[in-house]
Design a protein around this ligand. Structure first.
Ligand SMILES: Cc1ncc(COP(=O)(O)O)c(C=O)c1O
Length: 414
């Protein structure tokens, strides 16, 4: 993440002298003001961590959302060869766990608003399917009541993928409470680079004791999170302390006492390792109401600033009560033409579903095909500053407006 290009195109080579260092793009740089989560000090709403997915039951912490998904399949009793209904609009991280466990993906359609095409599913789903994974895209709820009824009647385990919806509610109930199991991806809502969780309000979650990271591994993780915050200009007063801790961590690692980075990877190797102490501590000391409030405010601001900009469609312009957004999803017809320019301007952004699984039949789900080319998301996380939001939106609006006026190569200047 730190190596992300922050350059602009100029005469000669790109140089990292321009652009804005905005926490990229989904990872908040540190908890909301006054809450130094990992250290457990300060904290306007600190200590009220049992909210969102954590309020559904004792969490089973994993290295990532994808490892939590694998554990959900295991907990639901799936065995190699079983089939799983996956949405056609997905990221490849959702497909990986099926490959690790020898499961087969069967893709299902979505409507243009990204709601699940339940009529299509009800019209005849594959009896060999054992589970259905549902995503509340960007924090916006699916029709969970109907989905639950469908899964019950079809004998499917419902796995709510709450990677985008750690907080929030639908039909008056918390996100994640409809599924047999729900999974979360911690970096999308907390200032962390890794971690996931599996929860359930209906069944026991696994009780296996997964490998820990050890004190030095935890110290290294804390240093990494603080360095990320400093890189983005946050928590400046802690720089000397971070410097000291980084030196100590390095010496301990040189002495052979450090954690094994391979174990922390997100691949199948990460299945037997737990989320680290820093991740669990961050969650426990976070301020859910403030996180939700800031995210909603940022989301509304971005929608207001972008509404009416030519060449940009807001996919979810209405922020209903109970939604705690993950990112602001947009559709930009000229995305293919302007993407490199946006990257050179260092606009923090993400393209969820840019690459879809090779096994997905083209044409099965037109909206997924379309968004893989034209879908872009802007961050609205709690760490953003107002001037950062304004800068980011101005850049995007400028590039889109210019693209509308002059087809072909895009201008690079600010
Ligand atoms: C909807 C969805 N599910 C699962 C995942 C996997 O989460 P992680 O990256 O923490 O493994 C992601 C993100 O990558 C996601 O967007």
């Amino acid at each position: 993440m730190q190596t992300r290009s922050i350059t602009v195109e100029r005469e000669g080579p790109n140089r990292p002298a321009e652009g804005r260092l905005i926490p990229w793009p989904e990872v908040p740089a540190y908890p909301v003001l006054g809450d130094l989560g990992p250290m457990g000090i300060g904290g306007s709403g600190a200590g009220s961590g049992a909210a969102g997915l954590l309020a559904l039951g004792a969490p089973f912490f994993t290295t990532a959302g994808r490892t939590a998904l694998a554990w959900a399949f295991k907990a639901a009793g799936l065995v190699p060869g079983d089939r799983v209904l996956l949405p056609a609009y997905h990221c490849l991280a959702m497909v990986e766990p099926l490959e690790w466990l020898g499961l087969e993906a069967v893709y299902y359609r979505l409507h243009d608003d990204l709601s699940i095409d339940l009529e299509d599913l009800e019209a005849g789903s594959d009896p060999a399917c054992k589970a259905l994974v549902a995503v509340h895209y960007f924090g916006f709820p699916q029709d969970a009541v109907r989905l639950r009824a469908f899964c019950d009647s079809a004998g499917l385990a419902l796995i709510e993928d709450c990677a985008h919806s750690f907080y929030g509610s639908c039909a008056g109930a918390p996100m994640g409470s409809f599924g047999d199991y729900a999974i979360g991806s911690l970096p999308k809502f907390f200032p962390l680079r890794g971690g996931g969780c599996l929860v359930s309000s209906r069944h026991e979650v696994p009780r296996q004791v997964l490998a820990g990271h050890g004190p030095v591994g935890n110290l290294q993780a804390l240093v990494r999170e603080l360095q990320m915050a400093h890189y983005y200009g946050r928590l400046r007063a802690l720089r000397p302390a971070t410097f000291g801790a980084a030196a100590a961590a390095k010496l301990l690692a040189l002495a052979g006492l450090g954690g094994d980075p391979a174990r922390l990877g997100c691949g199948a190797a990460g299945l037997e390792t737990a989320a680290g102490w820093v991740a669990r501590r961050s969650l426990a000391t976070s301020a859910p109401e403030e996180i939700a409030d800031r995210r909603r405010r940022h989301y509304a601001t971005i929608c207001r600033l972008l509404s009416g900009v030519p060449g940009i469609t807001l996919l979810k312009p209405r922020l209903e009560t109970g939604v705690v957004p993950y990112m602001v999803p947009l559709r930009i017809p000229a995305l293919g033409r302007i993407f490199a320019t946006l990257e050179d301007r260092a606009v923090p952004m993400q393209r969820f579903g840019q690459f879809l699984a090779p096994a997905l039949a083209p044409g099965l789900c037109p909206v997924s095909d379309d968004l893989s080319h034209h879908g872009l998301q802007l961050p609205c996380h709690q760490s953003l500053w107002d001037d950062e939001i304004e800068w980011m939106v101005t850049q995007l609006a400028d590039v889109c407006t210019k693209a509308g006026k002059q087809p072909g190569r895009m201008p690079a200047e600010h």
